[in-house]
Design a protein around this ligand. Structure first.
Ligand code: PXL
Length: 277
């Protein structure tokens, strides 16, 4: 039997499995690629609350990535939540010589608003990791932070302006994801070497969405590893997230504050969508 393409996610552990490397692995296996994981940080959380953050040592992170890259024919790599700035730098050092497609999802906060923007992280992204990326997948707040001058006022640009500034600054394609907006449609914008495409879906009627960014970027990585074009891969990844949102199941918290939602808890067939033409 022909082995499937291999992908590596370098990301945090989300113990409730809606986001992080657990979400990535589920998406990878549903899309038919073999997923490897290097853990950067361990997040103790439930879909509505982050309880604690426990970083891996840089040595542990490096050893995971090094040994995996030495052993497997890795076709594409994604980074998610990396933890402290030292981890961002370590990952950049490890991937400097890599020629594989690199998807950087610059996770700077949880869906519930807990900041992961630790000291020096933005600078480490800007100076070390973003220049190595093939494609960046920030949401609007992440794009604004990555482009804001250190300690200056926050940027408030139009999506197209943000995507083109990021793309031309770091010589990468950019997918600015639109899930954080409020309009009737969730619009993702792809900027690729001055070509712009938009991908639109009706905004899913869900109260809270945990793990959409990870689901999107891991699906994108899987489709790239399978040899799809960037445009096809973005279109396919958008489809995966839309299905994940509309078909996610939920639990109701017994105690106080209402509903818990977890993404990716899907029947396998929901993920069996080929990237479109
Ligand atoms: O959804 C962003 C995210 C990414 N990665 C990990 C997380 C979270 C959200 O909390 O825990 C590991």
């Amino acid at each position: 039997m022909c082995p499937p393409p291999v992908v590596l996610t370098i990301a945090g552990s989300d113990c409730c499995s809606g986001a992080g490397l657990q979400a990535d692995l589920k998406v990878f296996s549903m899309l038919g690629v073999h997923g490897l994981t290097a853990v950067t940080t361990v997040i103790a959380e439930t879909p509505l609350q982050v309880h604690g953050v426990y970083d891996m040592s840089t040595a542990a992170l490096k050893e995971q990535v090094r040994s995996l890259l030495a052993c497997y024919p890795v076709a594409a790599i994604k980074t998610g939540l990396l933890g402290p700035a030292s981890n961002v730098v370590a990952v950049a050092e490890l991937l400097e010589q890599s020629r594989r497609p690199l998807v950087v999802d610059p996770v700077l906060s949880s869906s519930t608003g807990t900041s992961f923007d630790f000291e020096g992280v933005i600078t480490a992204y800007r100076e070390r990791l973003l220049p190595l990326a093939t494609v960046l997948t920030p949401n609007q707040p992440e794009a604004e932070k990555l482009l804001s001058p250190p300690s200056g006022p926050g940027l408030q640009e139009e999506p197209l302006e943000l995507a083109s500034q990021l793309g031309s600054t770091f010589d990468a394609a950019v997918v600015l994801t639109g899930g954080h907006g409020t309009g009737k449609h969730a619009i993702d914008l792809l900027w690729d070497d001055n070509r712009v495409s938009t991908f639109e879906s009706p905004r899913a009627p869900v109260a809270s969405a945990h793990g959409t960014g990870c689901t999107f970027s891991s699906a994108l990585t899987a489709f790239l590893a399978q040899g799809h074009s960037l445009h096809q891969a973005v279109s396919g990844a958008k489809h995966v997230v839309t299905r994940a949102l509309t078909e996610s199941y939920q639990w109701t918290e017994e105690s106080s504050s209402g509903e818990l939602r977890a993404l990716n808890q899907l029947p396998a067939e929901a993920f069996r969508v080929p990237a479109s033409k």
